[in-house]
Design a protein around this ligand. Structure first.
Ligand code: BT5
Length: 262
């Protein structure tokens, strides 16, 4: 049973989409559906979220005009898939923004998409496993589309941007969503066919922070060094100032303003 009636249903190639006016979080709606049915390849789209979530319980501000959606998948594979899905989703979002709007966004490990150095989109991938195999995966995507900057709390206004702000006009959200789902579907198929290496190369080409000095907050630790690569599982590899290589599985990257050394 669905949490509340959907506004409408639409079928995109490969996906069925349920539209809602207001939800707590599209990830929560997708989770409830996943737990109570065998649905998959389902997209939940809402006009606004009252409890939009980022990672580690952080708030995701979701005013009307944004694209707030979650994709429900059942990949029937091991856990490694979660990080990889986040990365291919970022690639699909960047490609769709380029295709439909001609804008060059970039990815910041692990789950941010930046435009002109400011956060435009965040991705929250949540996995439920049964006996080591992913029972379902929910990929939440938030894109600041047709929103004015002053719709956000003042504390966020310097660190984020919106498509409307960048283009000084409203965009066609449906077109962007359709293109995004097509791009996601292509990459998801390729991932399932074992093409992770090629997908990882694409992601790296969209990651302009690689080769730069970064500071990574990972749990309680702050690590500094040059961002070198991402590994097999999507972990970030940095070379610390003492020359040691370090793999970081989860965290937040901050670009440092000091010049690159060595
Ligand atoms: C994220 O977390 O970036 C993942 C955001 C995922 C949002 C989507 S919307 C559809 C689906 N339903 C949900 O409930 N969530 C997903 P994280 O890396 O932890 O970043 C969170 C931080 O981004 C916050 O602490 C703020 O600093 C900042 N932030 C909050 N709202 C923002 C917004 N609309 N645009 C840009 N930055 C924002």
């Amino acid at each position: 049973m669905l949490p509340q009636p959907a506004r409408e249903t639409r079928v995109f190639p490969g996906y069925k989409a349920l539209y809602y006016d207001q939800v707590t979080s599209t990830n929560d709606v997708a989770k409830e559906i996943a737990r109570n049915s065998q649905e998959e390849n389902l997209v939940i789209i809402a006009r606004t979220q009252t409890h939009g979530r980022g990672r580690h319980g952080r708030q995701w501000v979701s005013p009307r005009g944004g694209i707030w959606l979650s994709i429900l998948l059942r990949p029937r594979t091991t856990q490694k898939v979660t990080a990889r899905l986040t990365l291919i989703t970022a690639s699909a979002v960047i490609k769709a923004i380029q295709n439909t709007l001609g804008l060059e966004a970039e990815v910041k490990w692990p789950n941010d998409i930046l435009l002109n150095g400011k956060k435009l989109c965040g991705i929250l991938t949540e996995t439920s496993t049964k006996e080591d195999v992913a029972d379902y995966v929910i990929i939440g995507i938030g894109i600041n589309a047709n929103i004015d900057l002053d719709s956000f709390p003042a504390t966020f206004q310097n660190s984020l941007t919106t498509l409307k702000h960048e283009l000084s006009r409203e965009i066609d959200s449906e077109k962007l969503i359709t293109n995004l789902l097509q791009n996601f579907e292509q990459r998801y198929k390729r991932l399932q066919q074992g093409e992770w290496d090629a997908l990882r190369i694409e992601w790296k080409s969209q990651a302009r922070f690689l080769g730069k000095q970064v500071e990574v907050t990972s749990f309680a630790e702050i690590l500094a060094g040059k961002a070198l690569d991402i590994d097999e599982c999507g972990a970030l590899i940095i070379r610390q100032e003492n020359g040691e290589l370090k793999k970081i599985a989860a965290g937040d990257v901050k670009l440092r303003t000091i010049p690159t050394s060595g």
